[in-house]
Design a protein around this ligand. Sequence first.
Ligand code: FPP
Length: 277
Amino acid sequence: MSLKSLSLTDNQQTEEDKKLQQQVKSSGAIPKHIAVIMDGNGRWAQKKGNIRLFGHKAGVESVRDITESCAQLGVEYLTLYAFSTENWNRPSAEINGLMRLLVQTLRNEAERLNKNDIKLVTIGQTERLPGKCQQMLEEVIELTADNKRMQLCLALSYSGRWDIKEAVKNIAKEVEKGNITPDQIDDDLIGSFLSTASVPDPDLIIRTSGEFRISNFLLWQLAYSELYITETYWPDFRRDELYQAIFSFQKRDRRYGKVKNGHNKSMSASVINQIRS
Ligand code: FPP
């Protein structure tokens, strides 16, 4: 059976899928935080001779499948780039369609999110969204507020530069009030002023549709995230490819700018020997 066609609750999960997830879990560390640039909905729809909104609707199926499979795997945080600051420049028919789709999706998925013990949060200028969207978001955020299994964050009217700009403004205000000195501004302090303050930086960023760009997503937070870029358009990106992305992540050597473990010692020993000789 093709996994692509399935969107499952835990109870309906196939034996085949359970085995696959077991393999993913036993082959290495599961990323604590996965962030996704869901791209290619428009091209997916146009290739099928349909309007772009058709692609966004199909994309919701992928959102559900990836959200649930991440929760099943033990991912703690999943951040989805659902609407960027720049997306406000799209034709109003597409923006309105996306906003309606957001309301519909929240209404349809709220109970299921709650049953799956998933907490919904948002980042971005949500005050720019239509009132109906804000109201539905508030309702689902409140409904799922105590859930513990995974945090699903929707980046809505979000951009990395906006996030950094807001942090800089707020830090400047604290400096002005005398609450912090410029010398106290370090990475941790800046991180604590960003919209993702309580969340660890993403371990893995997935971008669909084959574009090699970050598109103003979590600019500060993804300094050391591993990238997985796939040609697959978002509406075709389902759990089977998520597993591939995680397998790929597990093979990465995350050095954070340092040299390999143990290499530091041998390097310094050889440098000392060179100097002595
Ligand atoms: C990018 O594809 C996708 C978006 C701008 C919107 C993403 C929205 C969804 C997946 C559905 C709604 C989401 C939720 C959370 C309810 P694109 O339109 O830029 O595709 P293109 O690059 O092919 O034009």
